[in-house]
Design a protein around this ligand. Structure first.
Ligand SMILES: Cc1cc2nc3c(=O)[nH]c(=O)nc-3n(C[C@H](O)[C@H](O)[C@H](O)COP(=O)(O)OP(=O)(O)OC[C@H]3O[C@@H](n4cnc5c(N)ncnc54)[C@H](O)[C@@H]3O)c2cc1C
Length: 502
C-alpha cells in the first residue's frame, strides 16, 4: 500500500546517504531542485558513519583525507560544502604522515612532493632517475584528469592511457630495485591494489591525493554527514532514515519513483542511486532492463572487504601518534592480490583517532586489515542476530590473531585494552548494502578500462549513479563522482567555478 508520501512529487530522489548521495543533495538543493534522500539505516553517512561502543565513538570508513591544505582540491570542495564550519581537521605529521613497516623495514612518508622526492632520493641515491620519472608520471597523470583538478573535462568519460596501464607493471618498468618498487606502492591499502588488475591512474590519483597533504577529522567522522545534512535542510531538501528502497517504480520505460520496505512510495522525476550498481539492479523487476546490462553490473568484481578491530583503552595511558601505521609482515604491499586466509593476518592499518579533550592520549584505536567475503559467506543469508556461536567464535579467533600481530609492534598495548568489538565483511555489507562488503566498491581493471568503469548514466534515462563505484573511491573520489553526477542536471563549468571560488 502506498504511504502518505505518495502525493508529494520530488525532482530528485537519492537512494542512499553515503557521502556522494549527500553531496548531490546539497548541490542540487542549492540549484533549486526539490530533493529527497532515502537511507535504509538509522544513521546517515554510509562508511562515514561512526558508532558508539561502551562510551567511545569509533569512525568506520574515514581515517584520513588528502589534499586539504589551503588551495588544494579537497580544501576547495570542503569549503563549498561548508565542511570547515564547526569541524576541525588535524594536519598529520609532515615528516611522516604514514609510517610503513614493510617486511621489517620502516619508512615514514613526508608530506608534500618535494619533501617526498628528497626523502626517496636520500633513501635510494642510486635511483634518482627512477624517482624523478615516477614523480613526473604521477604529476602528468593527475594533470590529465581534469575533473580531479576541478577543471571542466572535455567529456565525463574519455579513456586515458593511464586507465589501460597496469600500476604494478608501470612501477616495475621504472626500476629494478625491489625495495623501491614496494616503497612506490606503499599506500596500497588505501586503494586495495590488485597487482594483476589495478590501473596506474588509481595509484597515481590516490598517491597524489595523500602525499600532497594529509589530515584527519578531530573527533568522529560522522560530523561530515551531519554537517551535510544541515546544508540539505537549508535548501529545503529532506533526508529520511530507516527507508530501505526495495523497488524502482516504472511508468512505461522511465522511472516514476521508488517503493520502500515499509510500503512507502515516493515519486520523483529523476532518481540517483548512491548504492552499488549490482544492488541497484536488484531493485529493478525482471524485463524492465536489458539482461546483458543487468548481468554486467551484477557480476562486477569488487575490491576486497576487511576485518576491523576496535579497541577500547584505559584513558591517559597510550600516546596519540600523528600518523597512520601500516604493517606488512612480508615485503609485499600488494598483498591483497595474493591474499591467503591460511596465513591471515599478514598486514594491518592502525589509526590513531584525533580526539578531545585530551589530544595527547587515545582511549580507543581502530585496526583494519583485509578479509575476503568468502570467509564469512556461510553466514551471509542469516540475520545478524541469528548467526550463532560459530560466527561469534570466528570473530573472537580473528580478533585474537590480529591483536597478536599488533602487539608485536605495540607491546605496551597489552595491558591497556579494556574491551573490544569487531566488524567483518558481513558488517560492512550491512552498513552500505554492497554485495560483498567491499571496502572501496567495484574494482577497476586496466585490461578492461571501459567494462570495469561505471558511468553516471544508466540504460534507464532518468536513473543515474553516484558514489565510490564510479571513477574512484575515498572522500576525494566520491566527491568528484558527485560533481559528475550533478553535471547531468546543472551546468558543470558554473558549478566548478563556484567550488573554485569558495
Ligand atoms: C574500512 C574503510 C576505511 C576507509 N578509510 C578511508 C579513508 O581513510 N579515507 C578515505 O578517503 N576513504 C576511506 N574509505 C572509503 C570511503 O569511506 C568510501 O569510498 C566512501 O565513503 C563511499 O561513499 P559513497 O558515497 O560511495 O557511499 P557509501 O558509503 O557506500 O554509502 C551508501 C549508502 O547507501 C545506503 N543504502 C544501501 N542500500 C540502500 C537501499 N536499498 N535503500 C536506501 N539506502 C541504501 C547505505 O546504508 C549507505 O548509507 C574507507 C572505507 C572503508 C570501508
Amino acid at each position: 500500500m502506498a504511504g502518505i508520501e505518495a502525493e508529494i512529487p520530488y525532482n530528485v530522489i537519492i537512494i542512499g546517504s553515503g557521502l556522494a548521495g549527500l553531496q548531490c543533495a546539497v548541490i542540487l538543493g542549492r540549484k533549486g531542485y526539490r530533493v529527497l534522500v532515502l537511507e535504509k539505516n538509522e544513521h546517515i553517512g554510509g562508511t562515514l558513519q561512526s558508532f558508539d561502543y561502551k562510551g567511545v565513538s569509533f569512525s568506520t570508513g574515514m581515517h584520513y583525507v588528502g589534499s586539504l591544505d589551503e588551495g588544494q582540491v579537497l580544501n576547495r570542495i570542503f569549503r563549498y560544502f561548508n565542511l570547515f564550519d564547526g569541524i576541525r581537521y588535524k594536519r598529520l605529521d609532515e615528516h611522516g604522515f604514514d609510517v610503513f613497516n614493510i617486511g621489517g623495514k620502516k619508512y615514514a612518508f613526508p608530506m608534500g612532493w618535494s619533501a617526498f622526492e628528497n626523502y626517496l632520493k636520500t633513501l635510494f641515491p642510486e635511483e634518482t632517475t627512477a624517482i624523478q620519472n615516477y614523480i613526473n608520471a604521477v604529476e602528468s597523470t593527475v594533470c590529465g584528469q581534469e575533473i580531479f583538478n576541478l577543471e571542466n573535462p572535455a567529456a565525463t568519460y574519455v579513456e586515458k592511457p593511464s586507465q589501460s596501464i597496469n600500476a604494478w607493471d608501470f612501477i616495475c618498468n621504472l626500476t629494478q630495485n625491489a625495495e623501491l618498487r614496494q616503497v612506490f606502492s606503499a599506500l596500497n591499502f588505501v586503494y586495495a591494489g590488485d597487482r594483476n588488475r589495478t590501473p596506474w591512474y588509481v595509484h597515481a590519483l590516490i598517491n597524489h591525493y595523500f602525499i600532497s597533504s594529509s589530515y584527519r577529522v578531530v573527533g568522529a567522522s560522522n560530523q561530515i554527514p551531519q554537517r551535510l545534512y544541515q546544508e540539505i535542510e537549508k535548501t529545503g531538501g529532506r533526508v529520511l532514515t530507516m527507508q530501505k528502497v526495495t523497488q524502482l517504480l516504472f511508468n512505461e520505460d522511465h522511472l516514476s519513483g521508488v517503493r520502500c520496505a515499509d510500503g512507502n512510495e515516493f515519486k520523483a522525476e529523476m532518481i540517483i542511486s548512491n548504492i552499488h550498481p549490482g544492488s541497484t539492479m536488484n531493485l529493478i523487476e525482471p524485463g524492465k532492463i536489458k539482461k546483458s546490462y543487468r548481468n554486467r553490473l551484477e557480476q562486477k568484481t569488487d575490491t576486497l572487504s576487511c576485518f576491523a578491530l576496535y579497541l577500547k583503552l584505559k584513558p591517559g595511558k597510550f600516546r596519540y601518534q600523528n600518523f597512520n601505521y601500516n604493517f606488512y609482515l612480508q615485503p609485499d604491499v600488494w598483498y591483497a592480490s595474493s591474499y591467503d586466509e591460511r596465513l591471515w593476518p599478514e598486514h594491518f592499518f592502525l589509526h590513531f583517532p584525533a580526539d578531545e579533550p585530551n589530544p595527547q592520549w587515545v582511549d580507543h584505536l581502530s585496526i583494519v586489515t583485509y578479509m575476503s567475503f568468502e570467509e564469512v559467506s556461510m553466514w551471509k543469508d542469516l540475520p545478524s542476530n541469528a548467526r550463532g556461536i560459530g560466527y561469534k567464535q570466528f570473530k573472537k579467533e580473528k580478533a585474537e590473531k590480529l591483536l597478536a600481530l599488533v602487539l608485536l609492534q605495540f607491546p605496551e598495548l597489552e595491558n591497556l585494552i579494556t574491551d573490544y568489538t569487531t566488524a567483518t565483511p558481513l558488517t560492512f555489507r550491512e552498513y552500505v548494502g554492497s554485495p560483498t562488503g567491499s571496502m572501496y566498491g567495484t574494482l577497476r581493471d586496466y585490461k578492461f578500462p571501459l567494462a570495469s568503469y561505471v558511468g553516471v548514466r544508466t540504460k534507464i534515462h532518468n536513473l543515474y549513479f553516484t558514489g565510490q563505484n564510479l571513477n574512484l573511491h575515498g572522500v576525494m573520489g566520491v566527491s568528484i563522482s558527485a560533481l559528475l553526477t550533478c553535471a547531468e542536471f546543472v551546468d558543470l563549468p558554473e558549478l566548478l567555478n563556484e567550488i573554485n571560488d569558495s
